[in-house]
Structures are given as structure tokens and as C-alpha cells.
Design a protein around this ligand. Structure first.
Ligand SMILES: Cc1cc2nc3c(=O)[nH]c(=O)nc-3n(C[C@H](O)[C@H](O)[C@H](O)COP(=O)(O)OP(=O)(O)OC[C@H]3O[C@@H](n4cnc5c(N)ncnc54)[C@H](O)[C@@H]3O)c2cc1C
Length: 434
């Protein structure tokens, strides 16, 4: 029988950061079910290419976590200025769409600008409290033109959930809100720079984003790969680990998806289980392509139109040339579903057709490597059920003195730095309470 002071479920960035903060200070065990660390922040090798689970870029905003992350990467890090675009109406325009309409045809610009001004002049275009539906919110804040040409079709493709039922609690950090003069200037001349959360980002020079996870995992004495927590009892402080047996713990940090974690918790009351069963998420399939002869400096592009099966496509080799053999580029292309399994062969044909249609490649013959990666739980759905369920679940976890953190443990739309921050904070809180 194994005993540990702190059991951490999951060795993604949240779990690794927590472990790093506990190392040498208390006894801990990270149970990670995969045979590699990093969770979604991992990099896989195929045929001379290194592929991430779609673009994983470091948008650092907090001093302590920036220091922690950049310290782990050391000299293996570059800083890049964003080149993100939108492809619509057979034209490219810079991101964010609402403040950079210059590339759009005249009719589209006019609809977007006049709609925005109408919404703004109504005096009712404030950000709101997050409870409003996305479909209502976007028309109220951005007007009909921007909503119909970008916000509604893009978000319908991404979330795969009715936008009348999607709430807007997630929008504040992720959806840039330009002023009227920025919308007009962006449409009729000046490129709006500096808008949005990701104008500058960091990325490892070598090894893909997995280089960060590997750097954090190195020297962690309590990290155990290939250990899946199957069931647990928080009251008794016991977790049953597949092919391993019981692990007794005093304190617990969960980073696995909250809905699955509660389903595994034998002592969760029925009301808590019912709440967790109402949590929804989409699924993302990432097609990574190794391609010859690509000429584009773009980092990534958004594709709102239904004729493209993907909502986003990025050129990973524009973050780091080391991700591909000389003369080759690599793309990541993201397709979201509501859980339905797409036919991957026809999806690939449609993706290649889409890349040709927007001019990123000329022919299917340029593709020399491919790797599909599935992210079963990719974006958690913000709806009324989530709003009601989370306090019920967190109330019970608090009563058991257990923490559930990270993008999926806390069930939110967050990013790598936030997972690291929550890992460091959870470990710090445990150490203070000793
Ligand atoms: C398509 C997409 C693109 C993204 N792009 C970016 C980006 O550009 N920049 C950015 O900052 N963030 C991005 N993110 C978010 C980023 O991936 C996450 O914020 C971060 O990786 C989450 O880390 P985590 O440790 O919280 O969770 P995870 O990485 O999910 O780690 C959880 C770990 O728990 C393990 N686990 C699960 N169940 C069990 C179990 N029962 N027993 C043991 N182990 C278990 C899993 O194997 C996994 O390793 C993106 C996310 C998606 C979906």
C-alpha cells in the first residue's frame, strides 16, 4: 500500500507546476495516466516533424508565472509578434476582425461599420455581466454586420453548441472590444495593432511546446507516468489506481476533467454527481500536416465560413523552424465537433481543399506527412447548467478540503499560464496549511 501526503491527479502543466512547488517540501505523488508528461501541452514526433496538440503559444501576463515559465525554458525560448488573420469573402484581413476590416470587400466593411456604430450609438453596448446569451450579446455589442460576418459563424463552428444557450462569461479576456474610432480606422486604412490578449507570444526555440512540460517534469521525484486514477474516496483519502492498487493520501489536487473526476469519486453525493453530469464540452480534432513549398509568414488564421470545415489553421513552423525538416512547413488545422466522430478521410480531403481555396497550398501533392490528434474534452461549454453546477460541486470539494484546478479541473476556458498559476497557488496553499 502506497501512502503520500499530497496526491496530484494529472501531470499536465497544472499538475507539474504544483509538483514543482511541492518538491523537497513535502511528500507528493503525481499520477499521470499517459506515458508522457504535459497533458495538452505535449509534442509528438512523426516522420521528422514535431506536432503539438494544435498551436500552443505562451501568452504571458503575470510576473510570477512568467518568471517560472521562462525560467524553466531558459535560453530555449523566442518571443514573436503575432501575425494572425481572418479569411472570409475570398480575402484575408488582419485579426481581430472587428478592428481590422480593411481587407474585406466594400459592402462587408460598410455593413460592419454601420452596424457597429448603430449598436454603439444605442447606448446599450456595454460588456454585460456574462449571463447574456452569446448571440444576443454579440449583436448588442458589435452590431449585426460584425456578428453575421464573423462572430456568429466563427463561434458556432468553434463551440458546436447553440449560441442562444452559450453564455458570455468567457468573453472578457478573449474577445477584443475596439472603440468606434478603432473600427473606422481599421476598416478604412490603419491596421489596429495591440488589440487582444495575444499580440506577443513566447514559444520554445526547439522541441515544440512539449519542451516546457519536459523541462518542468525533469527532476520531479514524485511524478509517475502510466498511472490512471480509476476511482477514489475523498472522505477515506484513498485512490484506486489501475494496474497499481490503492494510494492513500492526506490532501488532493485534481487536474483531470471535473465531470470525469466527480464520476470517479465514490463518496460524491447524488446532487453533486447530477451537477457534474450536466457539464458539457466540445471535442476538437487536430489535423497536423507536414507540407513542402509553403510560402506564408502567417502564424494562424480564423475561418468563419461554413465552406471551410475547420475554424482555425496555423503554421507551426512560423513559431519554430525546428519543428520540420529543412524545406518543409507544418500546419495544424482544428475541427470542432459536438462529440460526433467525423469521417477523417473525407475531413482531410476537405481540409486540403480549404487550404487550396485560401491560397495556403497549391496542391495535395505538397503534403508529405499527416497526424490526426483528438482532444476529447477541448472547450468547456459555458451555459446555464455550468453556472448552476459549479457552485454545487465546488461546495462539496471544499467540504472535503480538495482542490480541482487547471483548464478542465476548474472547468473553464483558460490557457497554459493560468494552469501553471493555479498549480503554484494550490501547492502554496497546501504548504501554508500544514
Ligand atoms: C485546441 C486548443 C488550443 C489551445 N491553445 C492554447 C494556446 O495557444 N495557449 C495557451 O496558453 N493555452 C492553449 N490551450 C489551453 C491549454 O492546452 C491548457 O490551458 C493547458 O494545457 C491545460 O493544462 P492542465 O494541466 O490544466 O490540463 P491538461 O493538460 O488536460 O492535463 C491534465 C492531465 O490529467 C491527466 N489525467 C486525466 N485523467 C486522469 C486520471 N484519471 N488519472 C491520471 N491522470 C489523468 C491527463 O492525461 C492530462 O495529462 C489550448 C487548448 C486547446 C483545446
Amino acid at each position: 500500500m502506497l501512502k503520500t501526503d499530497v496526491l496530484i491527479i494529472g501531470g499536465g502543466l497544472a499538475g507539474l507546476a504544483a509538483a514543482k512547488a511541492l518538491e523537497g517540501k513535502t511528500d507528493y505523488l503525481v499520477a499521470e495516466r499517459e506515458n508522457r508528461p504535459g497533458g495538452l501541452s505535449a509534442t509528438l514526433k512523426k516522420g521528422g516533424f514535431l506536432f503539438d496538440y494544435s498551436g500552443h503559444l505562451l501568452h504571458l501576463r503575470w510576473p510570477e508565472t512568467s518568471k517560472f515559465i521562462l525560467g524553466a525554458l531558459g535560453s530555449n525560448c523566442v518571443s514573436l509578434k503575432r501575425d494572425a488573420r481572418i479569411y472570409a469573402h475570398k480575402s484575408w484581413t488582419p485579426y481581430p476582425f472587428q478592428a481590422n476590416l480593411s481587407g474585406m470587400p466594400g459592402r462587408v466593411k460598410a455593413e460592419c461599420v454601420s452596424g457597429f456604430l448603430k449598436a454603439y450609438n444605442s447606448g446599450n453596448s456595454g460588456p454585460g455581466d456574462g449571463s447574456e446569451s452569446f448571440s444576443r450579446w454579440t449583436r448588442r455589442v458589435f452590431g449585426d454586420g460584425i456578428s453575421e460576418h464573423f462572430m456568429l459563424p466563427y463561434n458556432a463552428k468553434l463551440w458546436q453548441y447553440p449560441l442562444e444557450r452559450l453564455t458570455t462569461e468567457w468573453c472578457a479576456p478573449f474577445v477584443p472590444m475596439p472603440k468606434p474610432e478603432e473600427v473606422i480606422e481599421g476598416a478604412y486604412g490603419k491596421k489596429a495593432e495591440g488589440l487582444g490578449y495575444n499580440t506577443v507570444f513566447n514559444y520554445p526555440k526547439r522541441g515544440g511546446i512539449g519542451a516546457l512540460s519536459n523541462a518542468l517534469a525533469r527532476d520531479l521525484r514524485g511524478l509517475r507516468l502510466g498511472l490512471e486514477v480509476e476511482t477514489l474516496n475523498l472522505k477515506k483519502g484513498v485512490a484506486n489506481v489501475r494496474h497499481f492498487g490503492p494510494v492513500h493520501f492526506k490532501r488532493l489536487i485534481n487536474t483531470s476533467p471535473l465531470n470525469e473526476f466527480i464520476a470517479r469519486a465514490e463518496d460524491a453525493p447524488a446532487a453533486v454527481k447530477r451537477a457534474a453530469a450536466r457539464l458539457r464540452h466540445n471535442t476538437v480534432y487536430v489535423l497536423n500536416l507536414g507540407v513542402k513549398g509553403v510560402k506564408s509568414d502567417m502564424h494562424w488564421g480564423y475561418f468563419p465560413e461554413a465552406r471551410f470545415p475547420f475554424y482555425r489553421a496555423g503554421l507551426a513552423t512560423n513559431f519554430s523552424k525546428e519543428l520540420a525538416p529543412r524545406g518543409c512547413a507544418s500546419f495544424y488545422i482544428e475541427i470542432a465537433t459536438d462529440g460526433r466522430v467525423p469521417d477523417l478521410a473525407s475531413a482531410e480531403t476537405a481540409v486540403i481543399g480549404g487550404l487550396k481555396a485560401c491560397g495556403l497550398i497549391k496542391s495535395a501533392a505538397q503534403v508529405v506527412e499527416r497526424l490526426w490528434l483528438k482532444i476529447p474534452c477541448a472547450y468547456v461549454i459555458y451555459d446555464a447548467d455550468r453556472t448552476k453546477a459549479l457552485p454545487v460541486i465546488s461546495g462539496w470539494l471544499k467540504s472535503r478540503k480538495a482542490g480541482s484546478i487547471g483548464r478542465y479541473g476548474a472547468w473553464k476556458y483558460s490557457f497554459m499560464e493560468e494552469s501553471v498559476k493555479e498549480g503554484l497557488e494550490a501547492a502554496g496553499a497546501l504548504l501554508r496549511r500544514r
